[in-house]
Design a protein around this ligand. Structure first.
Ligand code: AMP
Length: 617
């Protein structure tokens, strides 16, 4: 089967072209590709002429409109803090509420302009979304890669932490798109790290892998299970503010204890102390003792001293590992491989502690700063069709869902879900005695089905007569490994069922998928407003329908006055619906509810009593 050669996102044949792997990190980012040398394929990180592979994930917006990314931007962190953005990854897909308690940690201004749910960053009088800021970094990586490879780079695999939710993953994908990259796959960082070591490349292999990732400012550990080429995240745990920066801080405090007369009021001294602390730390990864100076004064730190200083932090990471193991329902001895990621795993105490906890040798031969990008490149190589032994699991390029009341799109399988995939949801009937239910399947990101692509529809017939809301219709979406969607609907009380096959990706070109995503971003605000209107209208229409049913049944027991009042409210609700004014519809529905409630309750009581009497007879 030609599965490998088909791009499931577009249905088109994939040509051999370069697909890069990108590690879009909190502190640093980098690009890697797979090289072929004498028949052997292996991943390498792209290296600038200065030898560096890492690009600091920092963006500076100059007053003249110029944008700096990477080292140039990092150099401005101290001189131009308000216009220099770092750690944007911490803001991806987050609302202001999510990051509010962290806002004090950023030197730049994180804001919520009230109209959008997602957070923005204010620079001067301009607002930037984390997606736009990440896109700046990605654009820089793209152009560096193009420069080094001397070929256009338009396709990429980008990594994200395993704990990223769907919104954060979408945001990352959108950032790629904005940077002119077709993001073929979003891969979990721990999965990429395992792939870089070739773990999980064999079809028949089943293994449990722990990935320990300790960077500059964040720590996380993931427990993965690989079976048949499928990576499953069993558990993740971590601390979003724990890393090498903490080691630098406590080491800086130690240096200050050795030289208490250092003038910490001088920014240059503070800066020198911080930089020296980091240098001492790095040196102690390879040496037992460091002897040098800070601001012209002698200092001396042994590895033992350093270990004692950082011990509490290392202990915390081990606690996280134990929690992750517990969440995964396994013990340390069940782990077959431990992969080390992040610059801070070079610290000997860290290595020794992790080795001791899991009781096995570590996978740490690759550069821990590059290993995630290398794995992303391996994944990219598989997607490019160069590694045919590997099972290819792809993702759905657009969301799949069905039409619900008022023409709203109800998503069952969100875009970027990996396939095969299955999702189900229960629906019910809207009308008394309703014997059929139309199931219409749509693909797209907009809130109203009218703006999305209709893929198929069918009628579930033969639902036995019952009051509205009682039937239980379960709709199940199943996408198999070939990207074929099977939609089935079953009324659970009666067992009436029907199934159809749909081919969701057929006929959509890359450009069309792109356009649909772009539309969904452009119309996000409109869509929210329209969804609110549709929901208000649906509720009002239901209210009118229930009232009509009520009048038909119990109208005879109402006074003339009550009938006139009800009618007046009905007219008001209809007028509000016709005017398409969400707030007016809400107000009119609510007013009708309040006005009719007293006699509705009285009549219900009376009806109930009558029914009880009837039962007693
Ligand atoms: P990352 O976020 O993965 O780039 O990790 C960067 C962190 O690794 C920073 O805190 C660095 O100071 C730290 N780091 C880099 N090299 C070393 C080293 N040789 N020994 C100890 N820590 C290091």
């Amino acid at each position: 089967m030609a599965k490998v050669a088909i791009n499931l996102a577009t249905g088109s044949l994939q040509e051999k072209e370069i697909i890069v792997g990108i590690d879009l990190g909190t502190t640093n980012s980098l690009v890697a590709i797979v090289r072929e040398d004498e028949g052997r394929r292996y991943p390498v990180a792209l290296r600038e002429t200065d030898g560096y592979t890492l690009v600091p994930s920092v963006v500076n917006f100059g007053k003249q409109g110029e944008v700096h990314v990477g080292n140039e931007a990092r150099a401005r962190l101290l001189t131009d803090p308000e216009r220099t953005i770092y750690s944007v990854k911490r803001l991806m897909g987050k609302s202001y509420g999510d990051v509010q308690q962290d806002a004090g940690r950023f030197a730049y201004q994180v804001i919520d302009d009230d109209t959008e749910t997602l957070v923005k960053v204010a620079i001067g009088n301009k607002f930037y979304s984390p997606i736009e800021l990440s896109a700046q970094i990605l654009q820089e990586l793209k152009s560096r890669a193009e420069h080094l490879l001397k070929t256009p780079v338009t396709k990429a695999v980008i990594t994200v932490p395993a704990y990223f939710n769907d919104t954060q993953r979408q945001a990352t994908r959108d950032a790629g798109k904005l940077a002119g990259l077709d993001v073929l796959r979003i891969v979990n960082e721990p999965t990429a790290a395992a792939l870089a070591y070739g773990l999980g490349m064999k079809q028949d292999e089943e293994r449990i892998i722990a990935v320990y990732d300790l960077g500059g400012g964040t720590f996380d550990v993931s427990i993965l299970r690989i079976a048949g080429g499928i990576f499953e995240v069993l558990a993740t745990h971590g601390d979003t503010y724990l890393g090498g920066d903490d080691f630098d801080r406590v080491l800086g405090e130690e240096l200050l204890r050795q030289q208490p007369s250092l003038d910490m009021k001088q920014a240059a001294v503070v800066q020198a102390l911080r930089l020296t602390a980091e240098a001492v730390k790095k040196a102690l990864s390879d040496n037992a003792v460091y002897e040098g100076e800070v601001a012209g004064r002698p200092i001396r730190v042994t590895r033992e001293q350093f270990d004692a200083l950082i011990q509490p932090f290392v202990a915390r990471t081990l606690d996280s590992c134990r929690s992750a193991l517990k969440d995964a329902g396994i013990q340390a001895k069940d782990v077959n491989a431990v992969v080390m990621v992040g610059g801070s795993t070079r610290v000997p105490l860290v290595k020794d502690s992790v080795r001791a906890l899991f009781g096995r040798e570590l996978f740490d031969a690759l550069n821990p700063d590059e290993v995630v990008a290398l794995g992303a490149a391996v994944q990219a190589d598989i997607l490019a069709g160069n590694n045919k032994d590997m099972l290819l699991l792809d993702v759905t390029p657009l969301s799949l869902g069905i039409e619900t009341m008022g023409g709203l799109m109800d998503v069952l399988i969100p875009r970027n879900s990996k396939i095969p995939s299955k999702a189900g949801r229960q629906y019910t009937t809207q009308k008394d005695g309703q014997s059929a239910m139309a199931i219409s399947v749509f693909q797209g990101e907009r809130d109203l089905v009218a703006d999305n692509r209709k893929l198929a529809s069918f009628n579930l017939k033969g639902i036995p007569a019952m009051p509205a809301g009682l039937a239980k219709v379960e709709v199940v979406f199943l996408i198999d490994a070939d990207g074929i969607l099977k939609v089935s609907a079953k009324e659970l009380r009666s067992g009436v069922a029907q199934t159809i096959d749909v081919q969701p990706q057929y006929g959509l070109t890359d450009a069309q998928v792109e356009q649909m995503l772009l539309d969904s971003m452009l119309h996000a605000k409109d869509d929210i407003a329209r969804r609110a209107l549709v929901e208000a209208r649906t509720e009002a229409e239901q209210m009118l329908e229930v009232t009509q049913r009520f009048l038909n049944k119990h109208g005879a027991m109402m006074s003339e006055e009550e009938r006139v009042l009800t009618h007046a409210h009905e007219t008001a609700v209809r007028a509000a619906i016709a005017a398409e004014d969400k707030d007016a519809i809400h107000a009119a529905t609510e007013a009708m509810n309040v006005a009719t409630k007293p006699f509705a309750e009285r009549l219900m009581d009376a009806a109930l009593k009558a029914a009880m009497k009837g039962m007693q007879v």
